[in-house]
Design a protein around this ligand. Structure first.
Ligand SMILES: Nc1nc2c(ncn2[C@@H]2O[C@H](COP(=O)(O)OP(=O)(O)OP(=O)(O)O)[C@@H](O)[C@H]2O)c(=O)[nH]1
Ligand SMILES: [Mg+2]
Length: 305
C-alpha cells in the first residue's frame, strides 16, 4: 500500500489527516494484532495501533512533535533541519516491531558495568544515552521499551540514580546503553566510566546527548558537547521533557540549541529530536531513527543521515 511521502505536512486538510489515520489503521490490522495481543498494562500511546485512536492533530504531535511548534515560528526561520529525518508511518510501524519482544527476538536487560573492563564485548551495533543527572535518560529508554514492560528500567526523581552503565539487548539487532548522569550527584567515577567507553567503544554507532527542553542548555551540557566534539564520533541531541514548559520557552531553548549546534559542532546531527517520555511524544520517531542507524530497517523514504 502506498503512502504520502510526508504524511502530515503542515497545512494538510482534515480530510487528508482522516484518510491518513484510516490507512494507518488498515496497515496495523493483520500483523499487529498478533504482537499486540500479549501486551497488558502498556501505556495506550506506546503502540502506534492504539495511538491512532487519538484525534488526527494530536496524533501528528505525538509522531512528529516539531509540527506542533512550527506554527509558532516566524516564516523566515528555516525549518529544514528540524525535519531531516522524517520517516513515513510505515517505517515507524516496522520499527515498532523491533521494539516488541517475541520468542525469536528477545529484548532484555543484559548486564551492568562499572568499569570499562566490565563492559561486554558485543558484535551488534550499539547506541548510548548520556546527559545530566535527572535529564530523563532512563525514562526515555523505558518509554522506548514500553511495549516490553517486563524489561525493567529504573527511573527516579532523585538525581544520580543510575550508577552503572546498563546494557539492554534488542534481539540480535542492537544494544541500548543507559549511562549514569553527569553534574549534580553524579557517581564519583563517571569520568572513569563513561569517557573511556565513548572514546573506545568499537560497535557504538550513535551517542544520544540529552538536554532538558524545559531549562535549555546548561554549563554541564556544553562540557558534554565539547567532549562529544573531541571524540569526533557522530552524536545526536535529544530534547527531553517537552511537556514541562510552554511553547515559548521550548522554542527559545530550541533555537538557542540549534544555534550552538550550527556554530560550534561538526559531529552533531543537525536535527534535534523533541521528546516527552511522559506523553510518548517523539518516541515512535526515535525508535525509527535507532532502527535506521543500526541498519535494522530499510526506510521507504529517503532521508539525510
Ligand atoms: N514531565 C516529564 N518528566 C520526565 C520526563 N522524563 C523523565 N521525567 C522525570 O525526570 C526525573 C528523572 O528521570 P530519570 O529518567 O530517572 O533521569 P536520568 O537522566 O536517568 O537520571 P540519572 O539516572 O540520575 O542520571 C523523573 O522524576 C522522571 O519522572 C518527561 O518526558 N516529562
Ligand atoms: Mg538514569
Amino acid at each position: 500500500m502506498a503512502i504520502d511521502e510526508t504524511p502530515f505536512s503542515s497545512g494538510s486538510s482534515e480530510t487528508s489527516r482522516g484518510m491518513f489515520c484510516l490507512r494507518l489503521r488498515l496497515w496495523l490490522q493483520p500483523a499487529s494484532q498478533v504482537w499486540a495481543a500479549s501486551r497488558q498494562n502498556v501505556h495506550k500511546l506506546a503502540s502506534l495501533q492504539k495511538a491512532t485512536m487519538m484525534p488526527p492533530r494530536k496524533l501528528q504531535g505525538i509522531l512528529y512533535p516539531f509540527t506542533d511548534l512550527e506554527a509558532y515560528l516566524d516564516r523566515s526561520v528555516d525549518t529544514t533541519h528540524f525535519q531531516l529525518f522524517h520517516p513515513s508511518v510505515e517505517d515507524m510501524v516496522q520499527s515498532e516491531k523491533l521494539f516488541s519482544s517475541s520468542p525469536s527476538h528477545k529484548i532484555d536487560y543484559y548486564i551492568s558495568a562499572e568499569r570499562m573492563d566490565h563492559v561486554p564485548v558485543l558484535q551488534q551495533p550499539e547506541v548510548c544515552f548520556i546527559g545530566r543527572s535527572n535529564v530523563g535518560k532512563s525514562s526515555l529508554i523505558r518509554a522506548l521499551f514500553a511495549l516490553t514492560p517486563e524489561v525493567e528500567v529504573r527511573v527516579s526523581k532523585t538525581p544520580g540514580h543510575t550508577k552503572k552503565m546498563n546494557f539492554f539487548r534488542v534481539g540480535k539487532a542492537f544494544t541500548v546503553v543507559d549511562m549514569p548522569g553527569y553534574g549534580h550527584r553524579a557517581p564519583k567515577d563517571f569520568v572513569d566510566m563513561v569517557e573511556p567507553y565513548l572514546y573506545t567503544r568499537k560497535n557504538l554507532v550513535r551517542t544520544f546527548l540529552l538536554v532538558d527542553g524545559s531549562v535549555g542548555l546548561q554549563k554541564a551540557d556544553l562540557i558534554a558537547l565539547e567532549m562529544c566534539e573531541d571524540i569526533k564520533h557522530p552524536y545526536v541531541m535529544l530534547v527531553t521533557k517537552i511537556d514541562k514548559c510552554g511553547h515559548g520557552t521550548l522554542l527559545t531553548n530550541l533555537m538557542n540549541l540549534q544555534d550552538v549546534v550550527k556554530t560550534q559542532t561538526s559531529s552533531c546531527f543537525p536535527q534535534p529530536f523533541l521528546l516527552s517520555s511522559l506523553q510518548f511524544r517523539g518516541i515512535h520517531l526515535l525508535r525509527c531513527f535507532i532502527c535506521h542507524l543500526t541498519g535494522s530497517i530499510r526506510l521507504t523514504n529517503t532521508c539525510h543521515t
